[in-house]
Write a protein that binds this ligand. Structure first.
Ligand SMILES: O=C(O)c1cc(C(=O)O)c2c(n1)C(=O)C(=O)c1cc(C(=O)O)[nH]c1-2
Length: 236
């Protein structure tokens, strides 16, 4: 496949247009947004997403390990600290585990990953493996689903207090913290991607990589939706 390369603005627009395949449009997320999930469904989602959270810093460490550019590593390392925490900052994984407590999951059960579904494990592992084996710039490109994440975090912050009032408000701190961090991450991820993928064929490869990552997230939602059917009692 060939053709004229897209200029930077066109290429970025092509990447952003992939947002219509984001898991924000997955039926499970639509139910979540509409306040239709039962407590056990919400718990199932939180427990399974935890596996994604704990793997993100390993994914980022894999990118660092493959990256021969010191300037990139100096910025990328911040992502690992965001999730693992440093000093007084407990970090994103801990914040997610507080969300687990807020939805009523036993801490041991969350941390021992006994609730993680095979399909979720398979999808997340595929993402980490991609980062281990692909050129680091391709792995950076695969993180760009974060372009679409602030919107999904904002949805949860807007809707959960009214739809799921039984979830303690400090459980939502993870979502609060991620909005600005995701925006910062995307700025860097786009910088790398727009520079690295130059020819039209390379740019189209970038779109395929982004689609792979969208599929990772979609598959996680598929697995969770199948394992946790709606068991919410209908209002009389
Ligand atoms: O809640 C979400 O829907 C969602 C999605 C994504 C994403 O789009 O990959 C991330 C996150 N959250 C997130 O919290 C996060 O830290 C994160 C890191 C990355 C990444 O690929 O490096 N994606 C995401």
């Amino acid at each position: 496949m060939s053709g004229k390369p897209w200029n930077s603005a066109e290429f970025e627009a092509q990447l952003r247009s992939k947002g219509d395949r984001y898991h924000i449009h997955h039926p499970f997320n639509i139910q979540m947004r509409e306040g239709k999930l039962s407590k056990s469904q919400l718990q199932g989602w939180v427990a399974n997403r935890f596996y994604y959270q704990v793997n993100i810093p390993q994914k980022d460490a894999a990118i660092m390990a493959n990256c021969d550019d010191r300037e990139t590593r100096r910025r990328w390392i911040q992502r690992i600290m965001d999730h693992d925490g440093f000093g007084e900052n407990a970090g994103g994984i801990e914040a997610w585990s507080r969300l687990g407590e807020a939805v009523g999951i036993d801490r041991d059960q969350l941390w021992n990953q006994s609730l993680v579904l095979p399909g979720v494990r398979f999808a997340v592992d595929a993402y980490v493996n991609f980062a281990r084996h692909a050129p680091w710039q391709e792995a950076v490109c695969s993180s760009l689903t974060e372009m679409f994440a602030p919107e999904i975090h904002k949805q949860r912050l807007a809707n959960w207090p009214k739809d799921y009032p039984w979830v303690a408000s400090d459980g939502l701190n993870y979502f609060r913290s991620r909005i600005s961090l995701a925006e910062r991450d995307v700025e860097h991820g786009l910088e790398v991607t727009l520079k690295y993928f130059q020819t039209r064929a390379q740019q189209e490869r970038a779109l395929h990589i982004l689609q792979f990552k969208l599929d990772v997230l979609w598959s996680m939602s598929d697995a969770i939706a199948a394992a946790y059917p709606n068991d919410r009692k209908k209002a009389a």
